[in-house]
Design a protein around this ligand. Structure first.
Ligand SMILES: [Cu+2]
Length: 129
């Protein structure tokens, strides 16, 4: 009985603390039409309020000079957060963005990639607290 009560209290405490992660392994990969779309970021895991480099690799290479990346939290409005990713070489796009710290304590973010006639392609990942 006492142990059960203790477990309930411990569960409650850790529930409030919302532990970090689990952090996904890079690259995050999605398949869109006949394309393989891979996302990576530096540093990883992404740290809120810190400038992060986002890199997208598309194979076969897309004939576009830029992609648009939108950062959102699933089920929550966190303000508009859009970044242009510029082509740095064949099929590789880079840009920087900052993820804000969520007041709710949630750490799940979504990066959605699109270009004219391409996407959206979305990647979900956990950030540090
Ligand atoms: Cu949020």
């Amino acid at each position: 009985m006492r142990i059960a009560a203790l477990l309930i209290i411990l569960f409650g405490l850790t529930g409030c603390a919302k532990k970090e992660g689990p952090f996904e392994e890079l690259p995050l990969v999605k398949h869109y039409r006949n394309y393989r779309v891979a996302l990576e970021a530096e540093p990883w895991p992404v740290v809120p309020m810190r400038r992060t480099i986002f890199r997208v690799r598309i194979s076969p290479p897309l004939k576009k000079d830029r992609l648009l990346m939108e950062l959102t939290m699933p089920g929550m409005y966190m303000g508009q957060n859009r970044t242009v990713l510029r082509r740095v070489s064949d099929g590789i796009y880079e840009g920087t963005a900052v993820v804000v710290r969520c007041p709710s304590g949630s750490t799940l973010w979504r990066a959605t990639i699109r270009a004219e006639g391409f996407g959206p392609v979305s990647f979900d990942f956990h950030v540090k607290r």
